[in-house]
Design a protein around this ligand. Sequence first.
Ligand SMILES: [Fe+2]
Length: 212
Amino acid sequence: MGASMLVDLISNGKPPGATESTVFGPFYREGGPEMPSGGNVAEGAEGGTPTVVYGRVPDMTGKSHRGRGARVWQADPEGLYDSQRPEIADELRMRGIFHSGADGSYVIRTTRPVHYQIPADGPVGEMPATMKRHPWRPAHIHFKITAPGYSPLTTHLFDNADEYLDSDAVFGVKDSLICEFPLHTTRDEDSARLGIDPPFCTAHYDFVLAPA
Ligand SMILES: [Fe+2]
C-alpha cells in the first residue's frame, strides 16, 4: 500500500455503502465556471472523445436532493492540466462546478479521460524513481462533492479500459471507483436523452454521500 493511500484511508475513510474517497492530487484549483446540468467542462479543449458522465448524488438512505455541489477537474485530451500549460496562464480549463437538479440527478459533459504522466519534479514525481515504478496515472476524472450535512467527498472516477489501472503511480485506484465508459457509435436512446451526436462515450455513476 502506498503512503498516499494509507493517509487517505486514515483521514477520509467512508462508512460501507458510501462512495469511497481517493487522493486529492496537486491539480485542484479554487474557482472554475458554474455550469448548468449538461455543461461542457471541455469547452476550448481540442480532440478527445465527447463523453457524458451522469447519475445521482444520493445519501446512504437513497435520497437525492437538488443542489448537491460537485467540483470537477480533469486533464485535457493531451494529458495535461491547465496549470501545466504556461501558454494559457491563469485560464481555467477542464474544470466546472455543477449542482444536482430538482430530481437529484447530474449531467456533466466532458471528454473521455486519458492517462497521463505525473510531473517529474516535486515530491510526488520522485516516488516512482525511488520505487522503480513508472510515472503513469490511469485515466480518471476528479470530483469534490459537498452538501450541507454530509461529509465532503474527494474522489475520482477511473476508466475501466485503462491499461494503468493496476499500476497507478500514486496508488489511488479503488475497485468501487472504476467505471465503464461505453462508446456509442450510432444514434441511440442515450444520444437522444443526453442530446449528443455519436461517436461519444457515457459513464454512469451515483455518488453516495455519508453523513457529516
Ligand atoms: Fe488527476
